[in-house]
Design a protein around this ligand. Structure first.
Ligand code: NAP
Length: 302
């Protein structure tokens, strides 16, 4: 049984694909009010290539008593540890938690909240967004890497993902992948917020991007992830070009007055630099400017 916490963008994308492959799925929603809204909606809707498909996936609240063997955690990084704490007493011996959160830091928080569980980290290039409550658009097909830095053996349920058409690979160095994605995010997303621009418009600020890439590479080397530092600047420029017309996820969050995952992205990078007594003036200035920008809009710094 797949228990999926969070019926947002990625939770819906995973739940609907697993359910249509005939696999047993149970959603865990925030509380009885959310469960009631879900029951009114009658299930999840996934919109692919403009075509909506409806999936009446069963749902429950965290206080349900059913034991959990496999949990897909599909909430934001800042909600992850609390969400898992609520479910800790339901986790069966040998339970596994699959973590879809972007950035770094929430994985350690979850591991502390559920020390008895095996935590499997994911890094995905898939894209989805909520069009309405319980209605999600599958916006970008991509790839998901999964891995467990503590145990390199792949779990047996990867076959379920194959079955469900979730394109994935088992990674023997998932931390490096997460660090690389974090570095790409730090070099692009905060600048798009501060310049209030689409990704492609960062081509007008080449020196700023280059300085950030150089400091981020230094950080990756110091943190023992040299592979993640390789050609970082080239990759950042490639992403800026390939996604030129897009607004970054952080830009969209700020524009819509939503809390960002800054503490698990740029905030995490700056904390790591400080732990290693590394002085990265451009990265630290960017962090201060972004925090001030968020504070001016009444958005949290964590
Ligand atoms: N969306 C993407 O394309 C994408 C791509 C790659 C990575 N990611 C990462 O994936 C993670 C999830 O992102 P998302 O876009 O799917 O977020 P999202 O659409 O905001 O969905 C998060 C869901 O978690 C639910 N939730 C939070 N706390 C909960 C709790 N205690 N119990 C039950 N449900 C809870 C929320 O419930 P409510 O509906 O009640 O608020 C919401 O439905 C983030 O770290 C994001 O950066 C997303």
């Amino acid at each position: 049984m797949w228990h999926i916490l969070g019926a947002g963008s990625l939770g819906t994308l995973w739940a609907t694909r697993l359910a249509r492959a005939g696999l047993p799925v149970e959603l865990i929603l925030r509380d009885s009010a959310r469960l009631h809204s879900y029951q009114q909606a009658g299930g999840l809707t996934l919109i692919e290539h403009g075509q909506p498909q409806h999936y009446p996936v069963p749902a429950q609240t965290p206080d349900h008593r059913q034991p959990i063997q496999r949990l897909l955690l599909a909430c934001k990084a800042y909600d992850a540890a609390n969400a898992v704490s609520q479910l800790a007493s339901r986790l069966a011996p040998g339970a596994e938690i699959l973590l879809l959160q972007n950035g770094l830091g929430s994985q350690d928080e979850v591991a502390r909240a559920a020390p008895q569980a095996r935590c499997i980290f994911a890094s995905s290039t898939e894209g989805a967004f909520r069009q309405a409550d319980f209605q999600v658009v599958f916006a970008g097909h991509g790839h998901t890497w999964l891995g467990d830095p503590q145990n390199l053996q792949p779990p047996s349920w990867l076959a379920d993902l194959q079955h469900a058409g979730i394109v994935h690979d088992w990674s023997l160095d998932i931390l490096s992948r997460l660090w690389r994605k974090l570095a790409l995010n730090c070099a692009i997303n905060p600048l798009t917020v501060l310049h209030d621009c689409r990704n492609g418009e960062l081509q007008a600020h080449p020196a700023q991007v280059a300085c950030l890439c150089s400091e981020l590479s230094e950080l990756l080397h110091t943190c023992g992830h040299s592979a993640a530092a390789e050609n970082l600047h080239d990759d950042v420029q490639r992403v800026i070009q390939a996604t030129a017309a897009n607004y970054s996820s952080m830009h969209q969050d700020v524009r819509q007055g939503r809390r960002t995952e800054i503490a698990y992205l740029l905030g995490y990078a700056c904390d790591a630099a400080q732990r290693h007594q590394l002085v990265l003036p451009h990265l630290q200035a960017l962090h201060s400017q972004l925090l001030a920008h968020l504070a001016a809009r009444g958005l949290p710094s964590h």
